[in-house]
Design a protein around this ligand. Structure first.
Ligand code: NFE
Ligand code: MG
Length: 563
């Protein structure tokens, strides 16, 4: 009897991710492999281009966090050529990043990972009157959870089910034993899932206020930003402030409340509150509130030790490709990084579904590289940003984390789990919503005496340049690395959040965050591996970002049969 489980693709993420695990006789995961089966080519495409186009080109790495790459690429060029950027432009860029964080985190919890926690089928048997009472337990002023609203949601979804048009609710692992919400809690979650669709639109509109459009905003240039008239228009400033306050309401009254509800229902559920991960965390500066003044600070935590935070040293970043489909002799620092595809096939093996292609564990098995910091794997993402700042004693974070632990009754150790990682996205939004308006206030104050948004940069054709930038993207620390020669891009590498988290085991046998977080996980039904899906979704995977290379020859990499 085979003990291999393959989930391919893990759905509700951006791009293709494949997870394979080996179970012991008790259905506990003993080995795990994360493979990205998607191949693209942006780092290669950038070579020979003008550095002024880098931002626009690199934001095509992703269709989700487009702005992260746009900003990071532009800043890498600015860093390389020593371009100065006015404070107004920096503050506007920070506000745009806020809108992206808000968008991605709520989309993650409700639309991408929500169905791992909420059993939609169970919501159909809830009593809406009772559910409205339950909602009062998690918020003093619940939003979108009155009896009439909940009854309307239930009727609407019943209508989908009866007509056989389940749409996004089709083919989930409904009924898995590790779903813990009561029917009433499921109904509240489902109502907020639908509400999140409206909020997602509003977050996109916030990005468009300063970016012209979303996705793929257009207003950032090397040396500044072009949204000058918007920045100086009281009506536009007011529009931003209004949307900010609507968003704050949703984050406090729905998102926070629902995570408290999950903490309550899932207390004691080993598959979300147990398990291990790499316990190393890294984050960079974000939420600019004045010149060189960030609300959230950079740092590295090792071995889960919150008593010490190191400063990030960008020179300690390398990428290993021992088990990735690239060729390179040794781990490479991104300034000297290469992207040379070397694909090898999977091997046919018995799995619980019969014979399937499976990973060659001694060989290569993913298009994702394995970034390492001083040789160690690092988890990046909102959990890292929250832990680094909690450990540093950043008052705005300490207050929010302590309040959450007190309200949820969770111990501090619960932060290092799937539930903690899921909660951290919400906590990041809460810190942003409660304190991030300082960026907006700094902008409004600064434009009273300074309306500059752009400083013309110069690139000297006779000089060689190298530069890099780091930004805290929604899924964590993102760095872009550039070399410029003859006024053109000579080499370009992006080391991306999902790459840090999803990369395969390295040449020294050190496993990355995705694979580590699955070890020891007990599955209640290997044919419905919801536990694996829930753990992996808590990282909010984005394979488009993590691979960002394209099969320019149009080769067939794998074939899939969809039944
Ligand atoms: Ni494609 Fe991304 C974020 C970046 S990837 S979503 O956030 O950079 O991990
Ligand atoms: Mg890369």
């Amino acid at each position: 009897m085979s003990n291999r489980v393959v989930i391919d693709p893990i759905t509700r993420i951006e791009g293709h991710l494949r997870i394979e695990v080996e179970l012991d006789e008790q259905n506990v995961v003993r080995k795990a492999w994360a493979s990205s089966t998607l191949f693209r080519g942006l780092e290669v495409i950038l070579k020979g281009r003008t550095p002024y186009d880098v931002g626009l080109l690199v934001q095509r790495i992703c269709g989700v966090c487009t702005f992260s790459h746009y900003l990071c690429g532009t800043m890498a060029v600015e860093n390389a050529i020593g371009a100065q950027v006015p404070l107004n432009a920096k503050l506007l860029r920070s506000l745009m990043m806020d809108s992206l964080h808000l968008h991605d985190h709520m989309v993650h919890f409700y639309l991408l990972a929500g169905m791992d926690w909420i059993d939609v089928v169970s919501a159909l048997s809830a009593d809406p009157a009772k559910a409205a009472q339950v909602a009062m337990k998690y918020s003093d002023v619940p939003l979108g959870a009155g009896e009439g609203e909940l009854r309307a949601v239930q009727e609407k979804v019943k209508g989908f089910v009866e007509s056989g048009k389940l749409g996004p609710f089709a083919n989930a692992y409904w009924g898995n034993k590790t779903y813990k919400f009561t029917p009433e809690q499921n109904l509240i979650g489902l109502a907020h899932y639908l509400k999140a669709l409206e909020m997602q639109r509003m977050a996109a509109e916030m990005m468009a206020i300063w970016g012209g459009k979303n996705p793929h905003p257009q207003s950032i240039v090397v040396g500044g930003i072009t949204s000058v008239r918007d920045m100086l228009s009281p009506a536009r400033l007011q529009e931003w402030a209004q949307k900010w306050s609507t968003m704050k309401d949703f984050v406090e009254r729905c998102y926070y409340a629902d995570i408290l509800m999950a903490a309550d229902a899932y207390q004691g559920e080993e598959t979300v509150l147990g398990g291990v991960n790499v316990h190393n965390f890294m984050a960079t500066n974000e939420l600019l509130i004045g010149e060189d003044n960030y609300l959230l600070k950079q740092g590295v935590i090792r071995n889960g030790d919150l008593s010490k935070v190191e400063d990030v040293d960008p020179m300690m970043i390398e990428e290993d490709v021992t088990h990735s489909w690239y060729s390179a002799k040794a781990p490479q620092h991104p300034w000297n990084g290469t992207t040379i595809p070397e694909h090898t096939p999977f091997v046919e093996r018995d799995t619980i579904y019969g014979k399937l292609p499976t990973v060659d564990e001694a060989g290569k098995y993913s298009w994702v590289k394995s970034p390492r910091y001083n040789g160690e794997p690092m988890e990046v993402g909102p959990l890292s940003a929250i832990l680094v700042n909690y450990a540093r004693g950043t008052p705005e974070v300490v207050e929010v984390v302590d309040e959450f632990l007190a309200k949820s009754g969770l111990p501090k150790e619960a932060l290092f789990t799937t539930l903690g990682r899921t909660a951290a996205r919400m906590l990041h939004c809460i810190v942003t919503m409660r304190h991030g308006n300082r960026t907006f206030d700094a902008l409004v104050t600064n434009i009273n005496s300074d309306d500059s948004t752009y400083i013309q940069p110069t690139i000297d054709a006779d000089k060689e340049y190298k530069g890099f930038a780091m930004v805290e993207a929604p899924r964590g620390l993102l760095s872009h690395w550039i070399r410029i020669k003859n006024s053109l891009v000579e080499n370009y590498q992006a080391v991306v959040p999902t790459t840090w988290n999803a990369g395969p085991i390295d040449g020294n046998g050190k496993i990355g965050p995705y694979e580590a977080s699955l070890l020891g996980l007990k599955l209640s039904d290997p044919k419905k591996p919801l536990e694996v899906v829930r753990v992996i979704h808590s990282f909010d995977p984005c394979m488009a970002c993590s691979v960002h290379v394209m099969d320019y020859k149009g080769q067939s990499i794998s074939q899939f049969r969809i039944d």
